[in-house]
Design a protein around this ligand. Sequence first.
Ligand SMILES: Cc1cc2nc3c(=O)[nH]c(=O)nc-3n(C[C@H](O)[C@H](O)[C@H](O)COP(=O)(O)OP(=O)(O)OC[C@H]3O[C@@H](n4cnc5c(N)ncnc54)[C@H](O)[C@@H]3O)c2cc1C
Length: 632
Amino acid sequence: MTNVETYDILVFGGGKAGKTLAMDQATAGKRVAVVEAGMIGGSCINIACIPTKTLVRSAQLAGLARRAEEFGLVRTGPVSVDMGRVAARTAAVVAGMVEYNRQAFRAAGFEFVLGWGRFVEPRTIEVAAEGGARRLTGERIYLNLGTKAAIPPIPGLREAEPLTHVAALTLDVLPRRLLVIGGGYVGMELSHAFRLLGSEVVVIESGGQLAAREDADVAAAIASQFAEDGIELAFKARITEVAGRSGEQVTVRLADGRTFAGSHLLVAAGRQPMTAGIGLDLAGVELDARGFIRVDERLQTSAPDIWAMGEVAGSPMFTHVSLDDCRVAKSGIVGGARTTMGRMVPYCVFIEPEFARVGLSEKEAREQDMSYRLATLPMDVVPRARTLSERKGFMKALVAIDSDRILGFAMLGAQAGEVMAVVQMAMLGGLPFTALRDGILAHPTLAEGLNMLFAAVRPAKSQSAQNAQASEMSIGVETVKVIHVTIACGQPFEAVRDALVKNVPALDTQLMEVLKGANAAEIKERRAAGPKLWLFETRDHGALVAAEGQAKKSIQFEIGNPLTAERMTRHRLAAGLYAPLRIVLYEDDQDRAVFEYDLPSSLFDQFGDEEIAKTGCELDEELKHVLIAAAG
Ligand SMILES: Cc1cc2nc3c(=O)[nH]c(=O)nc-3n(C[C@H](O)[C@H](O)[C@H](O)COP(=O)(O)OP(=O)(O)OC[C@H]3O[C@@H](n4cnc5c(N)ncnc54)[C@H](O)[C@@H]3O)c2cc1C
């Protein structure tokens, strides 16, 4: 009978949470053991985040090298990739991190037991360790067992011996034509990387878009980038059969008759928890219907003094969340109050350009029945994006409708993850969006785009705004308040202001606000380029005169002609697009903008010039009209 070794803390599975907890507790003087099947440091550094991002970097370089001419570099001929060296670099990065972990484990001084483990008694784990079986128990037991790639039960799929991320990340030959099952984060990253490295790639996705959790505009932009880069996309794909073998010749057949042939097949179709066949029932640890360990908000399992952390506990599948689970577990050890509830979980998808999000998407806001103000900014207008020649993508932010709280931020663009962290810090610190709108951010940086993005947030809806005379239209995806103001151009500013304050109170504060630093030349150019757009000019609250606009097809609708406003709003909603229309107020005789206001609308693209001419009007005509649809 094997002796049972007893520890204060026994960690089963050495993922991010487990190894961090072990190092922390051992350093604090506890007797700690970690049972780990074989990956020193867990999935992240061995088979997931780190090797993927290392491969992605090689792929980025290949992509950039193809664009070398654009940067004025001498053409050096077609770009070719030596996958053997790519794989060697990836392996070296992984090895370096494994070694770093090994040394950190040693320094912390916990018992690291390598071998496959399983419960053999309610609180005893047996490990098939080198040199013979060992049995261990702990006062407190923490399960951090992770997940593995799921292989869906598709006829012929298992027999085709598809790649998963594990083998794909060590490939030393470039697949000629790679079929990828799954358009989630793992599928997208690997697809794009292999495409940039030179493979032909087909993504076969059962849903109607890539990145199922993301808003349709994000998914569409990613899909269009993929298509532009030559990746074939097959949506709504119900696979009925796979034939052949990955690495030789493989065919995927869909229910609707589509067939895809390739040299390699990669499965990235979800994750399966590592909970089978390890005696969790003996330990009294309950699983949910999908096989993940049931835990409460402190990560306590159904068994006394056994906790679970990371992916196996159903936590969001990110290394930084596993790390936070460790914080929750640590807090529990010292009687702290930390839980998994209400966590703000950011994440990035390392495609080109990068995607990052923190907080709510529009989809999630709607699911939670939350109203919000939306601001968007194309990356193309961010100066740094231009200097980098990385002009693709956009930023978008959701701000509460009735306060300045930032609800969410998403970005598709160069260094999206780094820019997102700035917004996340503001959110964590409870800063209003105006802090990002008005804070001095270094120029030219990508983060500087946040100034512009948040400048496009509409004024908040105040109580008086809600009471304002307004017609409310609820059309499809959002509710829009259309406020009709009837004023005559050429009237004294006060009269107009009073009318506006009465009907659009939120505008009042904005009107008073002086936004400094507008570029005179740019304003001039816009004035010259654009057709008429009605603007107000204030001259120390002097006469209100209308001015001209800058958007390509910009118009305002006629006040007193509700039909026009309604029609345009409908078009905007139908288009589902949100390019801002900017209203700029100039001080008389000066090219300095004193007020800028972006209407989140690209409906104008729906209109031909003729129609615009019909709905617009000349300012010097004494017509009763003006602005404004204040979306609320
Ligand atoms: C391709 C890919 C790319 C990813 N990229 C990112 C990224 O960029 N950013 C990000 O945040 N997340 C990323 N993730 C997710 C991330 O890797 C995980 O969320 C993270 O590693 C945390 O995992 P974990 O702590 O739950 O468990 P893991 O790190 O998986 O650790 C579980 C450990 O338990 C061990 N184990 C399991 N069963 C037993 C047993 N019976 N006996 C002994 N040991 C056992 C395993 O060997 C493993 O080491 C990626 C995932 C994949 C697949």
